[in-house]
Write a protein that binds this ligand. Structure first.
Ligand SMILES: [Zn+2]
Length: 122
């Protein structure tokens, strides 16, 4: 009887340890790209999914491309073109900013891809 309890406790302890170990591994799956215009979230998209996002605001147009986990500004009609010249980003915390259009493209890993925001993008 006693031996069974010890064995059960051992299994539970091992399971708890394993769980703790696996939950500490950072999950790349949740990585997303957030696009904000003038400080407001325009859309949040998964890096896993290839996508083209056209951003149309009163300041102008930007076209963001998500391809093979990389995000780049393919086109913008802003005067300085800094955002278009920016290299593609993929790591958490990296950003592409289009200052004239107040567009910020940022890689983040918090939260899931919100398809609802995607659907109502202005
Ligand atoms: Zn720009």
């Amino acid at each position: 009887m006693n031996k069974d309890v010890v064995l059960a406790a051992g299994i539970l302890g091992t399971a708890a340890l394993m769980y703790g170990f696996f939950s500490m591994i950072p999950q790349r799956q949740g990585e997303t790209v957030r696009i904000a215009v003038d400080g407001d979230t325009y859309g949040v998209y998964s890096l896993q999914e290839d996508k083209e996002v056209l951003i149309q605001s009163e300041r102008g147009r930007n076209k963001v491309i998500i391809r093979e986990g990389q995000v780049s500004m393919e086109f913008a009609d802003c005067p300085d073109q800094y955002c278009v010249k920016h290299h593609a980003i993929h790591a958490r915390g990296e950003t592409i900013v289009c200052l004239p259009h107040r567009v910020v493209v940022e890689i983040s890993s918090d939260g899931e891809t919100d398809t609802e925001i995607d659907g109502i993008a202005q």
